[in-house]
Design a protein around this ligand. Structure first.
Ligand code: DON
Length: 560
């Protein structure tokens, strides 16, 4: 009883803090944070209020999301952080993507007949790549932050240690994966209530995760990649069928990469380079669309061109893209305006191309999670970060005693040209599994700068991230004013070359809209659920005022 009261009191204090920090954000109208959870956003504001910059705040938000959105991202996953430093305009793409363990081979995922082993890339030890998020957070805090890492992790540690009250969204998502979690043992013990889906109002405490975050704060990356945490991770993964070695963790490195930067109709766009496939696709699509002038991506005639551009970009992704540290990818050619013009010339205004006529075949060697956060501070530093453990609750493997739920990012590699992954993405040899290699990703944190100011955006949603960001960029550039809520809310459609169809959300597309696309030969598929959970911030060039918006889908559906 006492414990109950004590907890209620702590929650009250926390709510008061929340209120304070949302007020603080209203007061500091030159900073803004958008994330998938109010507690994570509050963690970021807390760190800003303590004198941290946008980089410290992004670390705080990411770490808090690891606690309060455990199905989506976390220390057991990886991701990308796109940074802009106001002081000198330095921009960098921090690649904290998971790597394949040293003993990973395609054969680990294929049976004797060369057929994929069911579940091998999505469940259990073979599914998990070596996590990058802890190293990414330590790197960003150490090189770009102003506060010690431990300070930026403090709100997340508190949330993990003292617990937080789970909401309907948590219970719905845990409900989708109840059996999965129960069968996983340790994960079920942590994320279920007595092996059952908890009711809203249940308090999720993660003392072991709090301790791991504490070690990371105190010892930096070694607190995770060496010592007891690393040993526990390797042991648990291998017990669940994996092939990890200590050196896989010890050798993990964050890579700083040059972002893609280009001009589109007067705006400067900064986008994700490989191993994200998103920035290349964004650039290709925008260059294909450029000759059309100002685009209203919602108008059916222009939606046709967008779908056709996406079809071509995803076809190229399947043919050419993979981790550039392992394979040659002709990035300059693929992203040139001349090449985009050639691709665009094959788009007919009156008819859809059929994906199966596009050849040549992709060369072959033989529901959702993820989270995005956008932060901008008063000085103009900014971060767009998309982080993931891939599918809901990842591989289901938790390192015993660490509270760290591991990803199933190995599913983002391509096993065979004919074998799509969980996002129905096909690929080729360029994205085949190899030791130490990073699987191709769709995560696309993006900056857009024009005369009005700067926009930071991104989203979860697997392959549909790319079309979400493309639509978001075009919506922003199309409207004369800046209304982030409208951009976040706008109905979405998507094409990814294969399967050959335009996927549309269940609401927001009129009969005429659909008929206009069908008349050109597009096959439309109305998807059961809306998708995405876009997070945007914008800072005005004229006034410095900042604003944030979160996708209403995040709270509407409990599903992104
Ligand atoms: O990196 C990728 O592209 C995927 N692992 C992202 C997964 C994702 O967005 C799932 N969420 N909706």
């Amino acid at each position: 009883m006492m414990a109950g009261w004590r907890h209620a009191f702590k929650q009250l204090l926390f709510c008061a803090a929340l209120l304070f920090f949302s007020c603080a954000s209203a007061q500091d109208k030159n900073a803004a944070i958008a994330s998938a959870h109010p507690l994570a956003t509050a963690a970021g504001h807390e760190v800003l209020a303590r004198g941290g910059n946008a980089f410290d705040a992004a670390v705080a938000v990411a770490a808090a999301l690891a606690v309060v959105e455990p199905w989506a991202s976390g220390l057991g996953g990886g991701g990308f952080l796109l940074l802009h430093r106001a002081r000198d305009g330095h921009q960098v793409f921090v690649d904290a993507r998971e790597t394949a363990p040293g003993r990973a081979r395609p054969e680990l995922y294929l049976d004797r007949d060369g057929k994929p082993v069911r579940g091998a890339t999505t469940q259990g030890g073979t599914a998990a790549g070596i996590p990058g998020t802890p190293a990414g957070l330590a790197h960003v805090a150490g090189r770009y932050g102003t506060l010690p890492l431990a300070d930026s992790l403090a709100p997340a540690i508190r949330l993990a240690r003292d617990g937080f009250t789970v909401d309907e969204r948590y219970t719905r998502i845990a409900g989708l994966r109840e059996r999965y979690l129960r069968d996983a043992g340790e994960a079920g013990r942590i994320f279920l209530d007595g092996n059952r889906v908890p009711q809203a109002g249940w308090v999720l405490r993660q003392p072991e995760l709090a301790a791991t975050l504490g070690r990371l704060g105190k010892e930096g990356r070694n607190g995770f990649y060496a010592g007891p945490v690393a040993r526990a991770l390797v042991e648990s993964v291998n017990k669940a069928g994996g092939v990890w070695q200590q050196e896989d963790l010890a050798n993990y490195r964050v890579v700083e990469r040059e972002p893609l930067r280009f001009q589109y109709r007067g705006a400067t766009i900064t986008a994700a380079p490989l191993p994200s496939a998103g920035g290349i696709a964004l650039m290709q699509c925008l260059f294909m669309l450029e000759p059309l002038g100002r685009i209203d991506p919602r108008a059916p005639a222009q939606a046709h061109f967008l779908a056709e551009a996406l079809r071509r970009a995803f076809h190229d992704r399947a043919r050419y893209l993979g981790d550039r540290d392992f394979v040659d990818v002709p990035v300059a050619g693929l992203t040139s305006r001349a090449y985009a013009a050639r691709l665009a010339a094959s788009i007919r205004s009156d008819a859809a191309t059929r994906s199966d006529t596009m050849g040549p075949e992709v060369p072959s060697s033989a529901g959702t999670s993820t989270t995005h956060l956008s932060v901008i501070d008063a000085a103009g530093n900014r971060v767009g970060a998309t982080l993931t453990i891939n599918l809901l609750f990842g591989s289901g493997v938790v390192g015993r005693g660490t509270g760290v739920l591991l990803n199933n990012e190995m599913d983002d590699f391509t096993l065979e040209a004919e074998v799509p992954n969980s996002f129905r993405l096909r690929g080729g040899v360029a994205n085949a599994v190899a030791p130490g290699k990073r699987p191709l990703s769709s995560m696309t944190p993006t900056f857009v700068e024009d005369g009005r100011g700067v926009l930071v955006l991104g989203a979860p949603g697997g392959s549909r991230i790319v079309s979400q960001v493309l639509l978001g960029v075009l919506d922003y550039l199309h409207a004369p004013g800046v209304d982030l809520a409208v951009i976040a809310e706008a109905p979405r459609y998507h094409h990814q070359w294969w399967p050959d169809r335009v996927e549309i959300e269940p609401e927001g597309f009129s009969g005429e809209w659909r008929a206009a696309l069908e008349a050109k030969g597009h096959r439309l598929q109305v998807v059961k659920r809306k998708w995405g959970n876009m997070q945007l911030v914008f800072k005005s060039r004229q006034t410095g005022a900042a604003q944030a918006a979160s996708d209403p889908r995040g709270s509407e559906l409990g599903w992104n």
